[in-house]
Ligand binder design. Sequence first.
Ligand code: UD1
Ligand code: UDP
Length: 370
Amino acid sequence: MTTIVCVAGARPNYMKIKPVMDALEARGAHVVLVHTGQHYDEAMNGVFFRDLGLRPPDRFLGVGSGSHAEQTGRVMTAFEPLLAEIAPDAVVVVGDVNSTLACALVTAKAGPLLAHVEAGLRSRDWSMPEEVNRVATDRVSDYLLAPSPDAVANLRAEGYRPDQVHLVGNVMIDTLLANLDRARGSDVLTRYGLTPGEYGLVTLHRPANVDDPHVLGGLLKALGEIAARLPLVLPVHPRAAGKLADLGVPGGVRLVPPAGYLDFIALQDRARIVLTDSGGVQEETTALGVPCVTLRDNTERPVTVEEGTNVLAGRDPERVVAVAEAVLHRPPAPRRPELWDGRAGERIADLLLAGGTARTRRRPTDAPAG
Ligand code: UD1
Ligand code: UDP
C-alpha cells in the first residue's frame, strides 16, 4: 500500500489538505496527517477540524509560535525522526507557510517524493516570508502542482522540467464548493446584526500591513472613510490584535474574533465587498463572484485579477478609498479560472498514485536551467 504523509499546521493549510487527503484515501492510499502546531488557538485551528470534518491529526509536532528560524527549525527537528519512523512513499505539503518549507527541506534530504500543492505562485516580493517559502519549497519538490496557468508559466520560466509541473486546479476551491451549502446555513450574519449585501468584510494579517503602526494606521484611516458609507466587519487575526487595540479602530469598523471556516465563507458570500491582504481570500472571493479589494502592492495570485473579481489597491489610504469606491460603484463581473471546479484534489491523487514511489521512480537529478 502507498503511504503518504500530508502536512498541515496553520489556518490556510486545513482547507487545502482536506480534499487531497480525501481523494488519496478514496483511492486506497494510507494517509498520515501530520500537524506541526504552528497555529494552535481554538479559533485559528480547532474550529477548522470541526467545520471541515477533518479527522484529528495522526501526529502532532506542537511547535507553536516563534521567530522564523525558531519555528522552521523546530518543525524540521520534530519532523525528521517522524519521517524516518513512518518511511512514507511521498509527502504532500501545501501553500507557503513556515511549516511547508520546513517539512519540504526535511523530505528532500530524507528520500520520499515531495509534492507541493500550490506550486509556482510568485509575488516577486522578497520581503514576504511566504515568497521565500514558496520558491525554496518548489526548488526541492518532485511534483509541482500548480493551481493556475500563470503558476505553470512561472515554473517553466524558472527552468523546471515539464514532467515535474502539473496544472491541477485549486484545492481551496474544492473545499469551498464542497462546503458552500453548509456555510449558507450559518447564522453568523444574524449574530453580528449584518444585512446581506449591506456590509463589507475586512481581513488584515500580512506583516507588511500590521506590524508597522504607521502603515496599519493609514489602512485604518482608509477603512474609516469606507465605513462612513458601508459598515465593515473585521475578524481579527491574532497577529494584528495587539496593534489594533493600541491604535483603536474608526467608527463603523467592527472588530470580531477570527471566524470559523463556515462562518467566514458565509461572511464572504453575502458581503458587498471584501477588503483583504489574505492570499486565500482573494481566491475564494473570485470563486464566489464577490468583489475583492486587495490591500497589497502585489499578488502571487494574478489570475484572480485577470479572471476573477480581485482589484489590487496597494496600501496608500487615498488610493484604497478610491479603489473601493470604484469597485462599489462598478463591481467586477464574476468569472472563475480554468480548473477551479472542485476536482483538484482528485487530479492530485491520480497523479501521485500513478507516478510511482520513491522506491520505484528514480528521483530526477538534473537541475533547473533558470
Ligand atoms: C502565518 C503564515 C502566513 C499565513 C498566516 C495565516 C508564515 C511565515 N506565515 O502567519 O503565511 O498567511 O499564518 O493565518 O508561516 N498566534 C496566536 N495564536 C495562534 C497562532 C499564532 O496567538 O494560534 C500569534 C502569535 O503571537 C504568533 C503570531 O500570531 O507569534 C504570528 O503567528 P505565525 O504563525 O508566526 O505567523 P502568522 O502571522 O500567523
Ligand atoms: N478564514 C477563516 N476565518 C477568518 C479569516 C480567514 O476561516 O477569520 C479562512 C479563509 O476563508 C480562507 C483561509 O482562512 O479559507 C485563508 O487563510 P489566511 O487569510 O489566514 O491565510 P493566507 O491565505 O493569507 O495565507
